[in-house]
Design a protein around this ligand. Sequence first.
Ligand SMILES: Cc1cc2nc3c(=O)[nH]c(=O)nc-3n(C[C@H](O)[C@H](O)[C@H](O)COP(=O)(O)OP(=O)(O)OC[C@H]3O[C@@H](n4cnc5c(N)ncnc54)[C@H](O)[C@@H]3O)c2cc1C
Length: 418
Amino acid sequence: MVKNKEKFDVVVIGGGPAGIMAAIQASSKGASVVLIEKNSIFGRKLLLTGGGRCNITQAEFNAKKFVEKLGKKGQFLLSALSVFGSEQMIDFFEQNGLKTKVERGGRVFPVSDQSQEVLNVLVKCLNKNKVRFLLKQEVIGFTAYERRIKKVRLKEIEITAKSVILATGGAAYPGTGSTGGGYLLAQKMGHKIIEPRPALAPIETKENWVFGLAGLTLKNVSVGVFQNNKKQDSKFGEMIFTHTGLSGPIILDLSKKIGELLQLGAVNLKIDLKPALDVATLDQRLQRDFQGNKDFKNYLPALIPQRLGDLIIKLTGINPDKKLNAINKTERKKIIDFLKGLELTVKCVSGFSQAIITSGGVDLKEIESKTLQSKIIKNLFLAGEILDLDGPTGGYNLQICWSTGFVAGTSAVVKKDF
Ligand SMILES: Cc1cc2nc3c(=O)[nH]c(=O)nc-3n(C[C@H](O)[C@H](O)[C@H](O)COP(=O)(O)OP(=O)(O)OC[C@H]3O[C@@H](n4cnc5c(N)ncnc54)[C@H](O)[C@@H]3O)c2cc1C
């Protein structure tokens, strides 16, 4: 139990990855720490990560290369990442008994493939460091004078704090507790909020043939994003059809750009099912294959995933019983168009309820990148998704939380100028 008006060196608000890491780090420096979480458990969102397997981090140990993946704002992370990057995070888990493995694209997972084990390790560290817990308790405001927070107000009690770490997450997946309320807390302390938008979100499409393919995963494809017939972006990798459109790593990674382009006008996507073959090489292959007298429909499994069979027949209009050696040049072109540019029209980018991450948040200009200290409130530190910083899929977003949480946790104890 935490008593009304009890005093702590560090009050951490939000029991997600950033807040947990901040609490572990601050307590490891000998500070008395309380971690406040409005859910009945810590890390509700963490448990959902990586499809329940938790893509802990990205095995990119060069800090400069890592931050390049975060776009223009990535530079802000350079300092925190140099202090506590993905290599240190992997070491942290290994030293605490969690074995990790690296999968395709540098994605780091626990060997057990269980996000629950990741959370267990973190909670064990909190317990070991005697961090006090306040679960099912929501912070509703602060009492501050002379640019310092004196008290953290909850519904029924208030806590006195030497320093405060705000790690309340973003606005994505609000069912997990990250409802965007932390932005208001920061705003009331004078911070500017860059408009939060859903990022790494599935795409809804206009074509309804897509819905019948729900659940079909395509690997090693390339998806191009087009506006006014001009290619604006593209990604190679894995995608999945859903009941409303498209999702999967490359779609999520393209969603931010698609969202921006939609503000300007219509956006089309083209799926290249054979990115390793250019049109001429593909045409040669088809000409070779079409020398036989198999039915077109019986040849298709050699060309495309089975579930796309009906679609290619529908969109090309080729009779499924037609013999391969009777397929003419025009029909072959239609097949190539399908394989190299299966076209879809974007209806919208899904909202916060399905977005993996929020882009936007507390303006980085008002935070010291070396310490994560607010430039407005002297004893306030910020960490995790609440910041206006986000990355692609692949473990980048959790690493932002680990690095900023670690540095905020250290600075909240070590900095004495407040
Ligand atoms: C489905 C899904 C899968 C994902 N998979 C991955 C992945 O594999 N790899 C990866 O790198 N990233 C992944 N992410 C992103 C990653 O989960 C987030 O970047 C990360 O959880 C953000 O951590 P955080 O600590 O900043 O915030 P959160 O995890 O959102 O935690 C903030 C906590 O603060 C609490 N809180 C909020 N306001 C208050 C308040 N006023 N008082 C008390 N408590 C409060 C909330 O209840 C919440 O528990 C995924 C996200 C989703 C939704």
